[in-house]
Ligand binder design. Structure first.
Ligand SMILES: *[C@@H]1O[C@H](CO)[C@@H](O)[C@H](O)[C@H]1NC(C)=O
Ligand SMILES: *[C@@H]1O[C@H](CO)[C@@H](O)[C@H](O)[C@H]1NC(C)=O
Ligand SMILES: *[C@@H]1O[C@H](CO)[C@@H](O)[C@H](O)[C@H]1NC(C)=O
Ligand SMILES: *[C@@H]1O[C@H](CO)[C@@H](O)[C@H](O)[C@H]1NC(C)=O
Ligand SMILES: *[C@@H]1O[C@H](CO)[C@@H](O)[C@H](O)[C@H]1NC(C)=O
Length: 575
């Protein structure tokens, strides 16, 4: 009897082991098994009808590819990357369904009800409908219905989370019948990955893309260069990477970028690039030292930048404009296949560097501001000329008071107040307060301190954004905090950030996963529940643990949320 009660408690937790939480969800308790040879049929919009007449037909052609990719991933996830949920059941309990008299799922039907928009691989926020409906009947008919191939893909991702591996072989769900109706709360759900402070192999970035898609993120913002290294190959400016990368094997070729973007786009993740001008480009010094002012000021580098090496691109130099013209002519046309956006940076510009900029020789913002405006206008015009939408860091608007085009999206990072200030000025905003959504905080300093200063000034060597933001803190962040209702539509969503001073391929998995999932749920499901209350950790925690097990089963070294005791015993680890 005791065991029975325990089982009920635990299975109540597993009832909704879906991450992120769907908009609406009901389930039953019938066990159904899934076989490898189950028929998955896809009926798209009438492909024999004449293709849509708009611009290019890339979207039209890629729809079957997106669905094929999603189906292949579904097989792989369910049959090769499943796990046995022993942790979520009392120790030594018989939690698995009997393998006698199995009922199998007969069919999985995917129904796409409309043609994909032509820009399905590179939509602006909200241009691709990601909603879907999923139904699994007690008699074993599974159906996913969506207006787009990406909706189908999102539905299949949810579908995989219904299943567990059985110790005697096979996979099953205990939850039939299932009815799910789902749609994202925010249109821009991203992760910003710094691949400049440390170099990441393509496989690391692909693994990131896979896990982003699995968590229903839809953007990968690649912070592809910074002051410490320039790994991005630009054929028209070959020395940039040849001299500015950490090493000749640590670069990204145009083909690498395109392959990654394609791989991401097929999973509904748009990968876009950032060149962080003018303050985070000191690595240009390695190829064109004449373009960089106040390069690597020592030993008092901290007057000139937040990190060594200091250096900003010169603000009033025709050579700067020649360089940028060449850079944009080469880079931007290649971006248009798979992105709608290009991020031109703009954070942490240090005005003291301009005292050493021989084209201005001043730190007076009254003189610098119009020159900054001119530089950003030049960059944004170049971005727009290729049909891309510019994104900038918040300082360009809130510190430099620049006049930005109506199309420009402002990425905030410092406070929720800045989200509100951005949308109050009429601009679209991305949220991602570093006190909540920086994944790299709390690792301690990476600077070394001289003996004297060490013990007095810097002990115990905390970093600027400590402590580490645990998943509960990330989960408590609401992108709409303090934003009036009539301006909330301007908050497109947000991004979590993984800066790479202390992150490299060896620890990226545990630095990002599963904490980023907390942000994924805020962005997909909203920070508040259907009653408008903060979401409960009590119900989220076991679901997130389940998601973590799935990530591990996929080969990602995600950290545990709790010890098995807590997962086995209902709510005993609650307070
Ligand atoms: C949903 O699934 C859980 C776990 O199996 C179960 O306890 C619950 O009763 C199910 N809901 C319904 C309405 O059957
Ligand atoms: C910017 O450069 C132009 C052309 O060299 C020069 O005339 C002007 O004085 C410069 N502006 C500042 C603030 O130095
Ligand atoms: C500008 O630079 C001068 C000289 O280095 C310095 O004394 C002054 O404090 C700086 N002004 C600002 C606003 O940072
Ligand atoms: C922007 O405006 C604020 C408030 O008026 C002002 O304090 C600040 O100095 C301005 N920044 C620049 C770079 O002009
Ligand atoms: C809900 O969460 C916010 C932080 O996002 C917090 O400020 C607020 O106090 C919480 N409300 C309740 C009722 O716990």
């Amino acid at each position: 009897m005791k065991l029975l009660i325990a089982l009920l408690v635990v299975s109540a937790q597993l009832a909704s082991a879906l991450w992120p939480l769907p908009e609406s969800y009901t389930n039953g308790t019938t066990v159904l098994w899934l076989k490898r040879d189950v028929r998955i049929t896809y009926t798209g919009p009438d492909q024999s009808a004449s293709p849509p007449s708009y611009g290019n037909n890339q979207g039209w052609q890629s729809s079957p590819q997106i669905v094929r990719f999603a189906i292949q991933r579904t097989y792989q996830t369910i049959f090769s990357e499943g796990y046995v949920p022993w942790k979520f059941n009392p120790r030594n309990s018989n939690f698995e369904p009997s393998v006698e008299g199995q009922t199998f799922i007969n069919s999985v039907t995917l129904k796409q009800t409309a043609p994909d928009p032509p820009n399905v691989l590179k939509p602006l926020a909200g241009e691709v409908d990601e909603s879907y409906k999923l139904s699994l009947t007690e008699s074993g008919e599974a159906t996913i219905t969506a207006a787009t191939s990406i909706g189908i893909s999102r539905g299949l991702t949810t579908f995989t989370q219904l299943f567990y591996k059985h110790t005697k072989g096979g996979v099953y769900t205990k939850l039939a019948p299932v009815e799910i109706k789902d749609a994202p709360k925010f249109a821009h759900r991203g992760l910003n990955m710094d691949v400049s402070r440390n170099y990441f192999q393509l496989a690391d970035i692909r693994r990131m893309i896979d896990n982003l898609a699995y968590s229903k993120f839809n953007r990968l913002h690649l912070h592809v260069i910074d002051s410490q290294s320039w790994p991005l190959e630009v054929p028209a400016l070959p020395d940039l990477a040849a001299k500015g990368a950490y090493g000749s094997s640590m670069t990204y070729s145009p083909n690498d970028i395109e392959q990654l973007q394609n791989y991401a786009a097929l999973q509904g993740v748009q990968m876009y690039l950032e060149i962080d001008l003018p303050g985070h480009v000191a690595s240009i010094h390695w190829s064109q030292p004449e373009l960089i002012a106040a390069y690597d000021k020592q030993p008092d580098w901290n007057i000139y930048s937040n990190e060594p090496p200091s250096g900003s691109i010169k603000l009033n130099s025709s050579k700067t404009y020649d360089f940028l013209g060449t850079l944009w002519d080469d880079l931007l046309p290649r971006m248009t296949t798979y992105s709608a956006y290009f991020h031109t940076g703009g954070d942490e510009v240090n005005i003291q560097t301009y005292n050493f900029d021989d084209t201005v020789n001043t730190n007076d913002t009254a003189i610098l501001q119009p020159l900054m405006q001119k530089l950003i206008d030049f960059n944004h015009d170049a971005v727009r000329a290729r049909g891309l939408v510019p994104i900038v860091w918040e300082e360009m608007l809130l510190v430099w008071n620049l006049t930005l085009g109506e199309d420009v999206i402002v990425q905030t990072w410092q406070t929720s107040t800045n989200v509100a200030a951005t949308v109050a000025s009429g601009h679209k905003a991305l949220a991602g307060d570093y006190n909540f959504w920086y994944l790299d905080c709390g690792q301690g300093q990476w600077l070394d301190f001289y003996p004297g200063a060490s013990s007095t000034q810097y002990y115990p060597y905390n970093d600027y954004c400590y402590p580490r933001h645990n998943w509960r803190v990330m989960y408590a962040y609401d992108p709409l905090e303090g934003v009036p209702e009539d301006q909330q539509h301007l908050v497109l969503g947000g991004e979590v950030h993984i800066w790479a001073e202390q992150t490299d391929p060896a620890n990226i998995d545990r630095m990002v996963w599963p904490r980023a999932c907390a942000a994924a749920e805020v962005l997909w499901s909203g920070a508040k529940d259907s009653e408008g209350q903060n979401r409960s950790q009590i119900v989220a925690s076991p679901r997130l643990s389940d998601m973590r097990e799935r990530l591990v089963a996929r080969g990602t070294m995600a950290e545990p949320i709790q010890m098995p005791f807590c997962l086995m015993e209902g709510e005993k680890c609650a307070l």
